[in-house]
Design a binder for this molecule. Sequence first.
Ligand SMILES: O=C(O)CCC(=O)C(=O)O
Length: 259
Amino acid sequence: MRQDPRIAAAVAALEERGYAIVEGLAEPAAMGSIAEELAPHFEAIAPQDRGNATARIHSRVLDNAPTLQQRLIDPVVSGVMERLLGPNCVRWQLSSVQGIAVHPGAADQGLHRDDDIFRLPHPHPVFEVNVMWAVTGFTAANGATRIVPGSHLWPSGQKPEPGSEIAAEMPAGSALFWLGSTWHGAGANRSGEPRIGFYAGYSLGWLRQEEMMYLALPPETVAPMPEVLQRLIGYELKGSMTLGWLDGRDPRKVLGLDG
Ligand SMILES: O=C(O)CCC(=O)C(=O)O
């Protein structure tokens, strides 16, 4: 079967520049449904916990959020992960999920590399690839993610010069991909409307996930989700009795997830 050409184009851009934008990957109507799925979680955050006018919610939002769940297993996203992470693990995984609302008045987030949490010297093979879905449009004025092109190839210790970043502007329904090694950060919101994005981080299946997924999304919560998503969250045995067993057995069988 012929692969969607957007996969090869995104992989080439990620390898060359450290980021890729796939415009219109989801229908605008899907983003409307996702905004509705996220809204009660954002509303539940107390203003004093918002911090810097940027509100974050985490992977628990996946519960009862079928439109959002489908975006996480989008075939173009999966194709990119298979190409970039697949060669270095039995199965890649979801590492962290976040809804991020950058409200008017938010200052810009410092530029950073997501994979610095693993403390390995750069450059190194790709072990993390992240995706930001534009739930609202992303513009330079409303806090679009800032990206430093080519910075994924830099050695540890090299820092971005001021002004070397671009704003990843994109219409609602688009997806911004970046490598864990690419310097980036949310922009300041100088507009009158919130910038809402939905972030999903993917990593090699043998790394520790950033979020404690099994506690955030216990077996009874994932049971109604698509099987492929359950597996990405971590409910699977990777390889034959190698990684991720429970009581020495396949966790899907122990937990009754295979029916
Ligand atoms: O919200 C964004 O545009 C980027 C978020 C980010 O880089 C982070 O939270 O580490």
